[in-house]
Design a protein around this ligand. Structure first.
Ligand SMILES: [Mn+2]
Length: 244
């Protein structure tokens, strides 16, 4: 039966061959048969520019090309780790880059899709950081630096953010319910799919007689996490890693 797949928060990195292996199997065996694949951000643990053409990155790009060359559309929304993925990556993979908030027609159901970081308003420090690093001039400046410098800067920022996140309460790291409702109302839709919080769940609630649904994609830390949607329903599923 025809279906559409959603994934997010894979955090692919050369240090986790088990995740990469699961991702490659998913692309080869599943994505290839889908109506479309949506990657809702944080595909990579870190992305410092499309010119970072390491063997690892070439391997991941090849997995996308193999799917898009078969005519399966693949769409990508930036996460907070890989917001520097650009047009060169898109050209090399056949992936279509979407804006941070998109409304898609999911088998007749208008559905808002996004990474999810813009829903977490209580994480004030992160939102300030986000505003800073999403400035075009700063991104251009960063991308003009040599790769070795960019690697060092990214590692330093990552260490700082990991440290800060340890101090934050779990509620700060989750979505702000009022912001979820605001973005849904703003787009005039009742369904939303996002990642980022690493709390896979299908939330359903009623407001003013309308039924709303918010699907949170899982991360790929202990197993793969896939949302499969068809005309009838959406199903959150896991995929086992092969242990090396
Ligand atoms: Mn994220």
């Amino acid at each position: 039966m025809s279906h559409t797949l959603f994934i997010a928060d894979l955090h692919l990195s050369p240090t986790r061959p088990d995740i990469t292996d699961c991702f490659e199997r998913f692309m080869k065996q599943e994505a290839i048969n889908a109506d479309a694949l949506y990657v809702l951000g944080d595909l990579f643990e870190v992305w410092i520019g499309d010119d970072d053409n390491s063997p690892f990155h070439r391997q991941i790009k090849a997995a996308f090309s193999a799917v898009t060359e078969q005519g399966v559309p693949v769409y990508f929304i930036h996460g907070n780790r890989d917001f520097l993925i650009g047009q060169r990556f898109a050209r090399e993979t056949g992936v279509t880059l979407l804006s941070e908030l998109e409304c898609i027609d999911l088998y007749g159901t208008p559905t808002l899709i996004l990474h999810g970081d813009t829903l977490c308003l209580e994480d004030v420090d992160y939102q300030a950081f986000r505003r800073k690093v999403h400035q075009r001039w700063l991104q251009r400046l960063f991308l003009s630096l040599p790769l070795t410098w960019r690697r060092k800067i990214a590692a330093k920022m990552r260490a700082g953010s990991a440290n800060a996140n340890q101090q934050k309460s779990t509620s700060i790291m989750d979505v702000t319910p009022q912001e979820v409702q605001r973005q849904l109302d703003n787009a005039n839709v009742c369904h939303m799919i996002h990642g980022h919080t690493h709390r896979p769940h299908i939330h359903q609630w009623h407001q003013h007689g309308t039924e709303y649904r918010r699907i949170v994609l899982g991360d790929w830390y202990q197993h793969g996490s896939v949302l499969m949607c068809n005309e009838q329903d959406c199903d959150l599923q896991t995929r086992d890693f092969t242990h090396f």
